[in-house]
Design a protein around this ligand. Structure first.
Ligand code: DC
Length: 226
């Protein structure tokens, strides 16, 4: 059967990755979380005191970054490894979230990661989520979804997720972080977050996760069996 690319873009904390992961499972597709790649680069920059405004330092640092995804057989998650180390948990922490949009706005960072993302999806059969997948990484993706949701609901959900991981964070701090990331992600010069003209909008404010997944699967079926 024809294997396609499903591009899922949208604002921070809308449930893109939850939806993408489950869609990939249902279709037996590969799930690639491109946000995890930007987060891992951010972690490396923070750990190595790379100055974001120093292009030489940025270029040198990028030469030393090796990213890989490995599937964890226990939970089925495609976990990210930075230079051989599993950083899946570390990259979700607030101190990384606070810097990731600034790092993602750097042109050299984007070029390197976009090239890797295109290679990973060469054979199709991929669900990829991020901010510029349908507009830049795969402008010809067969199915594009643009995800949005009410800002307060997003922040409350993110707070609950962090709490489940043992991190207690103030709701206002999360709301502030999500809005600031949306602001930087939508206004940066290089490939900002915008809805592709041919993307379907999915508002996750008042729907269940099952409904979100069913919506995408329904669109997929319409594309593959027109
Ligand atoms: O999906 P996420 O919240 O884990 O992504 C973290 C940040 O990475 C997000 O605020 C912007 C950046 N990002 C990007 O610029 N382009 C992508 N394709 C994916 C993420």
């Amino acid at each position: 059967m024809h294997k396609i690319i499903i591009a899922i873009d949208g604002y921070s904390g809308c449930g893109k990755s939850t939806t993408a992961k489950l869609v990939a499972e249902r279709l037996n597709y590969l799930y690639i979380d491109t946000g995890a790649m930007y987060r891992a680069v951010t972690l490396y920059f923070l750990e190595n005191f790379v100055s974001l405004s120093n292009p030489k330092q940025v270029k040198r640092a990028l030469l030393n970054i090796h990213l890989e995804f490995h599937r964890n057989e226990h939970n089925g998650i495609n976990e990210i490894f930075l230079n051989g180390l599993n950083v899946e948990e570390e990259i979700r922490k607030m101190y990384v979230s606070e810097q990731v949009s600034q790092v993602s706005a750097i042109s050299e960072v984007r070029h390197l990661l976009v090239e890797q993302q295109r290679k990973m999806a060469k054979k199709g059969g991929v669900v990829m989520d991020g901010r510029d997948i349908g507009t830049n990484v795969f402008p010809n993706a067969e199915l594009k979804i643009f995800v949005t949701a009410d800002a307060y609901l997003r922040a409350a959900r993110r707070q609950q997720e962090l709490l489940e991981k043992g991190q207690e964070v103030d709701l206002d701090e999360i709301l502030q972080n999500l809005s600031e990331r949306d602001r930087i992600d939508t206004t940066r010069k290089e490939n900002p977050l915008i809805k592709a003209a041919d993307a379907y909008v999915l508002d996750t404010s008042y729907v269940t996760i099952d409904e979100q997944v069913d919506y995408v699967i329904g669109l997929y079926l319409g594309k593959v069996y027109p």
